[in-house]
Design a protein around this ligand. Structure first.
Ligand code: THU
Length: 135
C-alpha cells in the first residue's frame, strides 16, 4: 500500500475522534505485514488521564484481532480536525510500537502539504523491550 493511501485512511479515522476537551483530533492508520489496515482515533475522557491516543486505539484493535506483525503507521492531527502541522507520536505510543514492531517500522506524517517518514528506530533509539527482561 502506498504512503498516500495510508495517510488518506488516517485522515478518514480522524473524523471519528472523540476530543471534546483538547479539540485536537487525531487519526491513525496501521498497516499489517499482510496488508490489512486498522484505523484509530483519539478518545478523550473528562478525567483527562484515561484518554487514549489514535495510534494506541489502532494498535489495540489490531492486537485484539490477533495481528502481531506491522509494517507502517500513518498519523495526522489538528485542532478541530484542521491539519496544519505534523503530529508525531507521543512517547507512550512510541513505547507501544516498540512492543510490537521492529526498528524499521515506518511512521508516516502528513501536515496537509508534505510527508515526513521516520522509522521507529529513528524516533525511539535505544528503546526498552522484552529482550531487556528476558533471562
Ligand atoms: N494525541 C494522539 O492521539 N496522538 C498523538 O500522537 C499525539 C496526541 C491526542 C491525545 C489528546 O487526545 C490530544 O491528541 C491532545 O493531546
Amino acid at each position: 500500500m502506498k504512503r498516500e493511501e495510508l495517510v488518506a485512511l488516517a485522515c478518514e479515522a480522524m473524523e471519528r475522534a472523540y476530543a471534546p476537551y483538547s479539540r485536537f483530533r487525531v487519526g491513525a492508520a496501521l498497516l499489517t505485514k499482510s496488508g490489512k489496515v486498522y484505523q484509530g482515533c483519539n478518545i478523550e475522557n473528562a478525567a483527562y488521564g484515561p484518554s487514549n491516543c489514535a495510534e494506541r486505539t489502532a494498535f489495540f484493535q489490531a492486537i485484539y484481532e490477533g495481528e502481531r506483525e506491522f509494517s507502517a503507521i500513518a498519523i495526522v492531527g489538528g485542532l478541530e480536525g484542521k491539519i496544519r502541522g505534523f503530529t508525531a507520536p507521543c512517547g507512550v505510543c512510541r513505547q507501544v510500537m516498540q512492543e510490537f514492531c521492529k526498528p524499521d517500522f515506518e511512521i508516516h506524517l502528513w501536515n496537509g502539504k508534505t510527508y515526513q517518514t521516520y522509522t521507529l528506530g529513528n524516533l525511539l533509539p535505544i528503546g526498552f523491550s522484552a529482550e531487556n527482561i528476558s533471562e
